[in-house]
Design a protein around this ligand. Structure first.
Ligand code: CAA
Length: 383
């Protein structure tokens, strides 16, 4: 039985800041941010947006009217809104999902959604008449005037996993590793992350190298087997740094071609910023929409979550994948955004809805929003 991604949805907030403006405001060379880091724009979520509302927006795009066959709902996030209740449960009524489902949240930094995808694969293998909804949703926040600020972002990618992989067939070929590493963390008291930036880059690259060795040995694979290698993209230069470890170790022409293909996978991430666990899947979407990849070609996906877990797995592009992607809608989502000033971004950054406060629906640009915090409980609405 074939198992894989049937549909993909994507959401990012309406507001963004320009990275050159951010560089100027921080007294940095704009080229450092646009070339050295490799970003152009950064999504800025509104006060009423969070991991739940963005997950709902992305998932709503890919759900049909008949939702009764959804048996598993997983939200991968490191931007939880509650220490107990899973984000997935707020989606049950927002998205009108069936009660006859397992719904929960997975946290392991930027790896969460990949854990969800692999769990969904096993679920469909055992329940072929069902579908699984896996959503990656995060707000990447390091704080104003920190080294990580240029690598912030926000958004969600939703994937429907089933035995009708109209977009991508998962091949069940995978290698993974987990180690206790202090490269990046966010204590429960903090809304912003702490990172040992250079160390996190180093661990990311080492995990890729180790897993690539393991993958080659386990499956007798070579770089020529893959049309593209897709990476977790906290900022677009990061994947390129990991890929550079292949230079001189694989044929020059193959390396040059993989580098070309990588450029297509970072187009959307450059415009949005870090989605944390959604970044790999936004890269996949960018690649499928912007590249010349053809049905039957094989992709290698590198997932990395600080702390740290890494996984390298392969997938095959499905026959009519182009017809099953909402390419125009996704391009419009990116084009129809609004630039805000650095001063406005800083104001939004420091604000949050407090207990007892309500949101005026007239201010809301999307469909789903945090409408009120009542008795310290977050209440959500659909417009
Ligand atoms: N023109 C062109 N390039 C320039 C330049 C200029 N004028 N000035 C500097 N650069 C280049 C530098 O040479 C450097 O390039 P290389 O990395 O290729 O050497 C690049 O710009 C960045 O410069 P610095 O290393 O000096 O930048 P920094 O010290 O300010 O920090 C960072 C960069 C470590 C990535 C920081 O933004 C950070 O801490 N980010 C958060 C952590 C992170 O994203 N880690 C990624 C791996 S962990 C992960 O992936 C999980 C996750 O999502 C967080």
């Amino acid at each position: 039985m074939d198992i894989g991604i049937e549909k993909i949805g994507f959401y990012t907030p309406k507001n963004y800041i320009d990275i050159v403006e951010l560089a100027k405001a921080r007294n940095q060379e704009p080229d450092k941010f646009t070339i050295g880091i490799g970003q152009s724009k950064q999504a800025v979520p509104a006060e009423y947006e969070d991991a739940v509302t963005m997950a709902a927006e992305a998932a709503e795009q890919i759900l049909s009217d008949n939702r009764t066959d959804i048996g598993l709902v997983i939200v991968g996030t490191e931007s939880s809104v509650d220490e107990s209740k899973a984000s997935a449960l707020f989606l049950m009524d927002l998205l009108n999902l069936p009660e006859d489902a397992r719904a929960f949240e997975i946290k392991e930094a930027c790896y969460g959604a990949t854990a969800g995808v692999q769990m969904a694969y096993n679920f469909i293998a055992n329940n072929p008449d069902k579908k699984a909804l896996v959503i990656a949703s995060d707000i990447a926040r390091y704080g104003i005037n920190t080294p990580g600020e240029v690598t912030q972002g926000a958004g969600a990618v939703a994937m429907l996993i089933s035995n009708q992989p109209e977009i991508l067939k998962l091949e069940n070929k995978s290698v993974y590793m987990s180690c206790n590493v202090g490269d990046f963390w966010r204590p429960t008291f903090s809304k912003t992350a702490f990172a040992r930036g250079k160390f996190s880059n180093q661990i990311y690259i080492e995990f890729f190298q180790t897993l690539w060795e393991k993958y080659q040995a386990k499956y007798q694979a070579t770089a020529e087997d893959f049309k593209a290698m897709l990476f977790h993209i906290p900022y677009t230069k990061m994947g390129a740094k990991a890929m550079r470890t292949l230079e001189g170790n694989i044929p020059d022409a193959t390396y040059a071609e993989l580098k070309n293909q990588y450029q297509e996978s970072i187009k959307f991430g450059r415009e949005v910023g870090n989605l944390y666990t959604g970044s790999l899947y936004l890269g996949l979407l960018s690649y499928l929409i912007n590249s010349d990849v053809k049905a039957g070609e094989e992709l290698l996906l590198f997932s990395y979550g600080s702390g740290a877990v890494g996984e390298l797995y392969s997938a095959k592009v499905a026959k009519n994948f182009k017809d099953n992607l909402n390419s125009e809608e996704i391009k419009q989502t990116l084009e129809q955004r609004q630039q805000i000033s650095i001063a406005d971004y800083e104001k939004i950054f420091s604000k949050s809805i407090k207990n007892g406060e309500k949101v005026d629906p007239a201010e809301v640009t999307g469909k789903f929003y945090l409408s009120e915090i009542k008795e310290n409980e977050r209440l959500y609405s659909k417009k």
